[in-house]
Design a protein around this ligand. Structure first.
Ligand code: GCV
Length: 717
């Protein structure tokens, strides 16, 4: 009996230790395995001098202790004053000794309020490492970056880092409902336990803030853009206040979604007309009430007159009227309004891809200065691949922020391993040509193209209350990568994958090299087995899980996959060229020309911009039909390759995460085949051609694929 109990206890402890690995995200702080690196760290870190005693500085000190204890298995002496050499000195500028401050002046000149310095200095002939910033939060960022250097086994001798975020607002958008369901969420329920707040502070809130701070995220929109006005009622605001209090020392501001009709729904007004004095007043009072509780409240995110959400157009007003009215209400408190440009209308027969630009571009220069327009990366909706949104670069007098989707609504939910920073990088690097060559989307976003002061990047969160936060262990890399790119939109996705793998799993090169390649290739794999050559929005209806190219019976034309692929016996693809909907004309002339011409249009975007015949010759000499079929097959083969790589990773990874990823890759392989077979059987009806050699024959019929239904697919509201 005793021995059984012992075995049980042993299993329990080892299970929870393993489970914690998943939970710890990229902050594993694994023991430094390389003896000479460990020695270098110990030699250079004899003592820690912490200056300041704010909550943020206390957190910083705790983080260092945790990091050192786990990575070096000892904590250097915490000194109350600077004695000896090889100390780590932590503090904001105002707390530094005046001589050190003076010595660092030129470095301080290079950073902004959130930027940090990590520098090896010689002070009174003694070598020290200093981590400093102009604010305590900047010091926290510096410490997390220093710990990352150690986690990735970099040398800490002769350090000289001066790094500032290139965007002001680096924010997660939670599409979390008050009942804790998460729209397009695939990792369990919402983190926010509204029922137990404000009295019960779940450890998760603290760990969430810590993880975000470690990658520089400084804002969170707690609620779904398909908003519920109740969040603005006092009984919810006190819960929001409790969360804001938790997040504040980590440098994270809270924001809420504002339902445009809230003055009617909770304010008992007759209208929500943004020009109505009572409505204006209601929002002013509401803003004052919020700021009274949360003095650093960030502001509002608004989805208006989009997919049935109320907005200013319900009252014959426009987006500018709505956004400016709300922005006026938060302006006295330095709040902002993020107004979404994700609009399209069932009453507009125009190509959906053109509608947001058509509506918003003429508003350029009309928003007041605390409004920023939030634009999705592409003109349709977070597809595996979309050309960049034509609004980027086209509104020189308006700050535009990027909206990426980290949750994988159209990319296989949390079942498929897809490394999204590769997708994000492709968008950020795209050249809009709006101010000549080199006018990249990244430059629009960081404000350098048009000298905007307000800048930002939003990511629709993939976080839920699953033990591992994101459903798929590798989906953690998408949260991590989003944060890193929000901080620096010029970072390379390979660097991000490298950092994440080292921090999350292992520094062993035999592991890093193949697994990094697997991550990098995973994005193209999903494009290949879902929507190759520019196909888009052919996912099944509503939930967007699995293929549904045949769906054509939805009430709004642009909700139907058939609207997007336009397959017929002549060919396939959406003609957005000058002879089609002329969506190309929304781009700068240089890009319009490239996209318009079949010869120059990148093949990856071919069927986005052109309807081409089944016999059209691709650059590799294959017909479109054969090329398309082979791309689908390539996607399936790529997943098989990913499986091979992962199977060889077993000895570098704990058994729990190894098995999770293995099982998920097996599912991904099945689903990739499902995509290939369903799409090819469907399109074959129009092409009337045989599958080329090299493409496996489907084992099921088209009717079978059409019969699959998923009434309870997650995330579907
Ligand atoms: C929050 C897509 C999604 C919706 C989402 C919408 C949006 O249409 O399917 O779930 O709504 O985008 O971004 O507003």
């Amino acid at each position: 009996m005793t021995s059984l109990r012992f075995v049980f206890l042993f299993l329990l402890t080892s299970f929870s230790a393993l489970a914690q690995k998943d939970y710890k995200l990229w902050l594993q702080y694994s023991t430094v395995a390389n003896a000479s690196i460990s020695k270098e760290y110990k030699d250079n870190l004899k003592g820690i001098v912490v200056l300041g005693n704010s909550e943020t500085i206390k957190i910083t000190q705790k983080e260092l202790k945790t990091g050192f204890l786990e990575m070096l298995e000892n904590v250097p002496e915490i000194k109350s004053e600077l004695k000896g050499e090889n100390n780590l000195i932590i503090g904001s500028r105002s707390n530094l000794n005046s001589e050190i401050r003076k010595e660092l002046q030129s470095d301080f000149d290079k950073i902004n309020d959130e930027g940090f310095l990590i520098k090896t200095i010689s002070f009174k002939n003694k070598k020290q490492i200093i981590i400093a910033g102009k604010t305590d939060v900047a010091v926290l960022y510096g410490v997390f970056n220093f710990l990352r250097l150690m986690q990735t086994n970099k040398s800490i001798q002769n350090l000289h880092v001066a790094d500032s975020p290139k965007t002001n607002i680096r924010i997660l958008n939670h599409w979390d409902n008050l009942d804790r369901t998460v729209e397009r969420g695939y990792a369990g329920f919402s983190l926010w336990n509204w029922q137990k707040l404000p009295d019960f502070i779940d450890q998760r809130y603290i760990d969430y803030a810590r993880a975000n701070a470690s990658i520089g995220i400084n804002g969170t929109v707690l609620t779904n853009v398909n908003a519920n006005a109740l969040i603005l009622m006092p009984q919810y605001l006190e819960k929001v206040e409790a969360l804001a209090n938790v997040f504040r020392p980590y440098g994270i501001k809270v924001y809420l979604t504002a339902r445009f009709s809230a003055p009617i729904e909770i304010g008992k007004l007759r209208t929500a007309d943004p020009k109505d004095p009572e409505v204006i007043n209601w929002w002013k009072n509401k803003a004052a009430e919020i700021y009274q509780r949360i003095p650093d409240f960030g502001g509002f995110l608004v989805k208006a007159n989009s997919e049935g959400q109320p907005g200013p157009q319900n009252y014959g007003r426009d987006h500018v009227d709505g956004a400016n009215m709300l922005a006026d209400a938060v302006a006295p408190f330095k709040g902002i309004v993020m107004w979404r440009a994700f609009v399209y209308s069932e009453h507009d027969a125009n190509d959906r891809a053109k509608q947001a630009y058509a509506e918003f571009q003429p508003y350029d220069g009309k928003f007041i200065e605390n409004v920023i327009v939030q634009v999705k990366n592409g003109a349709i909706d977070f597809q595996p691949r979309e050309p960049f949104h034509p609004l980027f670069g086209a509104m020189p007098k308006t700050p535009l922020m990027m909206e990426f989707q980290i949750t994988q609504e159209y990319l296989g939910f949390s079942t498929h391993l897809v490394f999204l920073p590769k997708l994000f990088q492709e968008v950020l690097e795209s050249d809009t040509y709006q101010k000549g060559k080199g006018s990249t989307v990244a430059k629009v976003i960081d404000g350098t193209l048009y000298q905007n002061k307000l800048t930002g990047i939003a990511g629709v969160s993939n976080i839920g209350n699953d033990l591992n936060w994101t459903g798929h262990p590798f989906a953690q890399a998408n949260w991590y990568g989003f944060g890193r790119l929000a901080w620096n939109p010029y970072l390379d996705s390979e660097t991000i994958a490298d950092e994440w793998l080292r921090c999350t799993f292992s520094n062993d090169e035999h592991f890093i090299k193949p697994v990094k390649k697997m991550m990098i290739d995973s994005r193209e794999a999903v494009v290949n087995y879902m929507t190759p050559l520019g196909l888009h929005h052919i996912m099944d209806t509503g939930h967007h899980y699995g293929p549904g190219p045949w769906v054509s019976d939805l009430s709004r034309p642009e909700w139907n996959p058939t609207y997007y692929h336009k397959a017929d016996k002549n060919g396939i693809g959406f003609d957005r060229s000058k002879s089609g909907t002329n969506a190309v004309s929304q781009y700068a002339p240089e890009m319009a020309k490239v996209f318009n011409n079949l010869e120059t249009c990148p093949e990856k975007d071919l069927l986005w911009f052109h309807h081409v015949s089944w016999d059209y010759k691709l650059k590799n000499g294959k017909t479109l039909w054969n090329g398309l079929a082979l791309k689908y097959q390539e996607g399936v083969n790529q997943v098989a390759e990913m499986q091979k790589v992962w199977n060889k990773a077993e000895k570098y990874v704990d058994i729990e995460r190894f098995n999770e990823v293995k099982m998920l890759l097996e599912m991904q392989q099945k689903e990739a085949k499902w995509w290939r077979d369903a799409c090819l059987l469907y399109f074959q009806q129009f092409s009337g051609k045989e599958l080329p050699s090299g493409v496996e024959k489907p084992t099921e019929t088209l009717e079978y694929f059409k019969s699959l239904k998923f009434p309870f697919a997650p995330g579907n509201g």
